[in-house]
Design a protein around this ligand. Structure first.
Ligand SMILES: [Zn+2]
Ligand SMILES: [Zn+2]
Length: 274
């Protein structure tokens, strides 16, 4: 903030008379007596939580089924022929991904889609912290399988982050790192190529648009580190894969992907798409 803007802020405070203070006190009273509604269903929020989503909506998030691919965490029920036969989905059978493992909190549908939009476009930090709490529980429940040395958010392109003012993945990774007692490295990875403006329709285009789009920042130390890579949604796995390739190329020992949501109905990349 420049000197000009800070002095005008001070001036504004000086000018605020009794009427201004009354208005502020009034706003505080309104928020006590007329609490806001849930940002998803509009039900009155009654708890003391700063998360602007009601308990019912939070409880409606659909957990990932138990029977998942051991590597990428994708529910295996979608592959009827493989049930009970293998714990790998077809993509992981083909060794598609550069990350060692990926897990998600819940299925990308219903209220969770709206919750992710709130996080992404309205920077609701208490919601990010709430998700981080659930992700930390997931890491704990998986025992050593998700063990890491450092937490890293999937980066936005610099220009996109400047426009938005924040990176929604960091709203998750920062409180998560704190809960796990691990260092948070927000600038270790960078997105070197912006996502194309046009809506990406095909799986091939999705994979092509992120392949080689990430790099580690020059001078950053990832040698032999186990990286916990955090994002809001896993769709095809292409983004986590591209980040994992950049981290592995820079010497990371392993990369674990962790997302709040997972699109489970999305088809898998076939081995001939890349
Ligand atoms: Zn609600
Ligand atoms: Zn898999």
């Amino acid at each position: 903030m420049g000197a000009g803007s800070s002095s005008s802020l001070a001036g504004g405070t000086r000018r605020k008379g009794v009427r201004g203070w009354m208005a502020e006190a009034g706003d505080a009273l309104v928020s006590v007596f007329f609490p806001a509604g849930c940002r998803i269903c509009d039900r009155l929020l009654t708890g003391a939580s700063r998360v602007p989503i009601c308990e019912e909506c939070l409880a409606s998030f659909v957990a990932i089924p138990r029977d998942i691919c051991e590597v990428c965490g994708r529910p295996l029920a979608a592959f009827a022929g493989n049930e009970g036969v293998t714990s790998l989905c077809p993509a992981c059978g083909d060794k598609t991904y550069a990350f060692e493992r990926a897990r998600s909190l819940a299925v990308y549908e219903g209220a969770l889609v709206q919750a992710i939009l709130l996080l992404k476009f309205e920077q609701i930090e208490p919601l990010g912290a709430w998700f981080a709490g659930r992700l930390a529980e997931l890491v704990g429940a998986e025992g050593g399988k998700l063990a890491a040395d450092v937490v890293v958010p999937v980066p936005l392109h610099r220009q996109r982050e400047r426009e938005r003012g924040y990176n929604q993945a960091a709203l998750l990774s920062k409180p998560l790192a704190k809960r796990l007692g691990l260092p948070h490295k927000a600038v270790l990875l960078m997105r070197t190529r912006a996502r194309p403006d046009k809506r990406i329709l095909t799986l091939e285009e999705r994979w092509k648009s992120v392949r080689g789009a990430f790099a580690t920042r020059p001078g950053s130390q990832v040698d032999n580190l186990r990286v916990l890579l955090v994002d809001d949604v896993l769709t095809t796995g292409a983004t986590l894969d591209a980040c994992a390739r950049a981290l592995r190329a820079a010497g990371a020992r392993s990369v674990i992907g962790l997302t709040v949501a997972r699109a489970v109905r999305n088809p898998l990349p076939s081995s001939d798409t890349w």
